[in-house]
Design a protein around this ligand. Structure first.
Ligand code: TRP
Length: 377
C-alpha cells in the first residue's frame, strides 16, 4: 500500500520560520519527491476554535493567511490536497466514536495538553461561577487529541510530518488505532511522525533567544515579512551576551544567529556571501576563537534568509491578487478530502456494526428469530 501524508496547522496567525523549518519545508520536499500516493494538508480551523471560542473572527481571518503561506512555500494544489477541517464533518463523527476508546485520565497525561493548559491559563479546578481569570478547561479543547486522531486516521495517513510538539498527539492516535483495531477488527492505519532531522529545525528559537517562536512573545520572523523587516529583526537578534568586543571569544551554542544558520545555511551560501570561509564550521571556529563580530554573522544570516524568502514572497504576491481562486482551490480540496474521509467512515461504521440498513444479515436473522417466536407461540 502507498504512503499517505496528513498534516496541518491551526489558523491562529501567519506562519513563521519555526513552522517553515519545523515542517513546511519538508512537506514541499516530500510533495515533490513523488514518493507519496496522496498528500493532505489541513487548515485546522475547528481545532483552533477549541481554545479561541471567544475569538472566531481571528480564526476566520487566518484561514486564508495560512492558505497563502502554504501556496507561497511551494505546496501545489495539483499535487497536494489543501483543505479546511470544518468542511469535513466526517471527522466529527469519527471523533465521537473514538471518544469511547480514550479515558479522561489518559487525556490528562498528554504532555502537550498539559503544557497548553498551563500556557492558556486554564484553571484545572475552576468551579461554576468563577471569575474570568479562573476559566475552566473547555471540553472541546481537552478532547482535541481525539479529534486529531480523526484527522489523521480519516485519510489513512501513514506519515505525519510535524514538529516535536505533535509527538504526543501521534502517540495518542496510535493508541486509538490500536484499540479500535483490537475491538472491531483491523480497520485503521497506525501513523508515524516525521520529525525534522536537524536539532536547530526541531525547535527554532525566537529572535530573542527564547525556546520557541511564538506570536504572543513577539519574537517571530514571518514568511510574509519583507526583506527590510527581516533585516531589522536579525540585527536586533539575541547572540552571546558575553561577546562584547569583536576580539572576545564567543559562544556558538545558544547563540540564536548560529542556530538559524544551522537551520538555513547551505554550503553554496558561503561561496556566494562569505567566500573567505569554506563552511559554517569554519565560521563558528573563528567566532569561538574571537575576532569575528556579530554584525558580519548577522549580515550573512540576512542574506541567507532573504534568499530563502524571496521566491516565497514572489509566490505570495501572485496569490494575494487571486484570493477568489485561493478559496475555490480550498473548496475543491475540501470536497476531495470529504470524499476520502467518507470512505474511511464507511469502513468504521461497518467494523462497528452500526451500518444497520446495509446489514442484510442482521435484519434477516432478527426477522427469522421473531418469525420462529411467533410460530411457536
Ligand atoms: N495540532 C496541530 C497544530 O497545533 C494542527 C493539527 C490538527 C494537526 N490536526 C492535525 C497536525 C493532524 C498534524 C496532524 O498546529
Amino acid at each position: 500500500m502507498g504512503k499517505i501524508i496528513l498534516t496541518g496547522d491551526r489558523p491562529t496567525g501567519r506562519l513563521h520560520l519555526g513552522h517553515y523549518v519545523g515542517s513546511l519545508r519538508r512537506r514541499v520536499e516530500l510533495q515533490n519527491s513523488g514518493e507519496f500516493e496522496k498528500i493532505f494538508i489541513m487548515i485546522a480551523d475547528a481545532q483552533a476554535l477549541t481554545d479561541n471560542a471567544d475569538n472566531p473572527e481571528k480564526v476566520r481571518q487566518n484561514v486564508v493567511e495560512v492558505a497563502l503561506d502554504y501556496l507561497s512555500a511551494g505546496l501545489d494544489p495539483a499535487k497536494s490536497t489543501l483543505f479546511i477541517q470544518s468542511q469535513v464533518p466526517e471527522l466529527c463523527e469519527l471523533a465521537f466514536y473514538y471518544m469511547n476508546l480514550v479515558t479522561v485520565q489518559r487525556l490528562q497525561r498528554n504532555p502537550t495538553v498539559k503544557s497548553e493548559i498551563q500556557m492558556r491559563g486554564f484553571a484545572e479546578s475552576a468551579v461554576e461561577g468563577d471569575t474570568a481569570q479562573r476559566q475552566g478547561i473547555p471540553v472541546g479543547f481537552f478532547t482535541y487529541p481525539i479529534s486529531q486522531a480523526s484527522d489523521i486516521t480519516a485519510f489513512r495517513a501513514t506519515t505525519v510530518p510535524a514538529g516535536e510538539d505533535q509527538e504526543p498527539m501521534i502517540e495518542q492516535t496510535r493508541e486509538i488505532v490500536h484499540k479500535f483495531n483490537s475491538v472491531y477488527g483491523p480497520t485503521l492505519v497506525e501513523p508515524e511522525i516525521l520529525l525534522p532531522d536537524n536539532a536547530a529545525c526541531l525547535r527554532l528559537p525566537g529572535t530573542d533567544g527564547k525556546a520557541k517562536m511564538s506570536k504572543s512573545l513577539g519574537n517571530c520572523i514571518y514568511l510574509s515579512d519583507t526583506a527590510d523587516e527581516v533585516k531589522k529583526k536579525v540585527m536586533g537578534m539575541y547572540t552571546d551576551p558575553d561577546h562584547l568586543r569583536v576580539e572576545d571569544p564567543g559562544k556558538v551554542e545558544g547563540n540564536t544567529v548560529f542556530t538559524y544558520l544551522d537551520a538555513f545555511c547551505r554550503p553554496e551560501h558561503f561561496e556566494k556571501y562569505l567566500p573567505e570561509y569554506p563552511s559554517l564550521d569554519a565560521l563558528k571556529e573563528h567566532y569561538r576563537r574571537g575576532g569575528l563580530g556579530d554584525v558580519k554573522v548577522k549580515k550573512l544570516l540576512i542574506a541567507v534568509l532573504n534568499e530563502t524568502l524571496d521566491p516565497i514572497r514572489e509566490r505570495r504576491r501572485y496569490y494575494e491578487s487571486r484570493i477568489e481562486e485561493v478559496y475555490a482551490m480550498l473548496e475543491e480540496g475540501s470536497a476531495h478530502a470529504r470524499a476520502a474521509a467518507a470512505v474511511t467512515l464507511d469502513d468504521v461504521r461497518n467494523a462497528m456494526k452500526i451500518n444497520y440498513f446495509g446489514d442484510k444479515e442482521l435484519i434477516a436473522s432478527q426477522a427469522k428469530a421473531y418469525a420462529e417466536k411467533i410460530h411457536n407461540s
